[in-house]
Design a protein around this ligand. Sequence first.
Ligand code: 1Q0
Length: 214
Amino acid sequence: MAAAQGAFSLREVMAAFQSCVTEQREVLLGPYLRGWRGLVRFLNGLGAIFSFISKDAVTKIQIMESYCGGEKKEEYRTMQSMVRYELNGGLVDLEQRSAHPNSGCRTVLRLHRALHWLQLFLEGLRTAQQDASTSTICTDSYNASLAAYHPWIVRKAATLAFCTLPSRDAFLEVMNVGGPEEAVEMLGDALPHIRDVYGITEELYAQHRLLDLP
Ligand code: 1Q0
């Protein structure tokens, strides 16, 4: 489990998401991707059954990191600048994937949808009874968010993997932020920031009609 991997704490991951939003209410891609890197590290600690998920997440994070460290890195400082740059330059496939199959806009959209799952899952984990089943919380959160975008086979594989999740207390423990009470408190502090990042991104994508990018 993740706790065995040393210093990893979910607190740092949450801090990355907390530092995403600028005073101008823009979302910084640097900390956003760092947050995702940390989550993937956590996911890897949950066992090989989750590797099909973490591989996909890593591919997407890498695509974005190469934009953020590339020639046009200034354009990829925030989600807002990325959307402006890619749309103005005709760098986004709007109808079907063709000339720009891995645009920043479509790649972030996948992570953004997954962030909704994370928000629901952490909310569920935070407010559930001590003996609640994490696999039920996880499945419910998934069905209320990401599942709508996944084909049957992916939904099936994901749901099977969720069955292997540890108990709520074990989960709170591997977050590595102290006892269950502290973990719950930390989630309470962190969740408004996740919601904020999610809300700003959702609005940005809705404004530019990007919520259904292929
Ligand atoms: C704790 C259990 C983690 C469960 C993660 C739930 C997400 C399920 C997602 C299943 C994805 C399946 C793989 C492929 C999907 C792609 O087809 C899809 C679309 O991309 P594309 O290019 O085909 O259009 N990709 C996605 O939807 C992106 C999925 C990214 C998922 C990233 C999940 C990272 C998870 C981190 C776990 C964090 C747990 C933290 C909890 C801490 C609290 C103690």
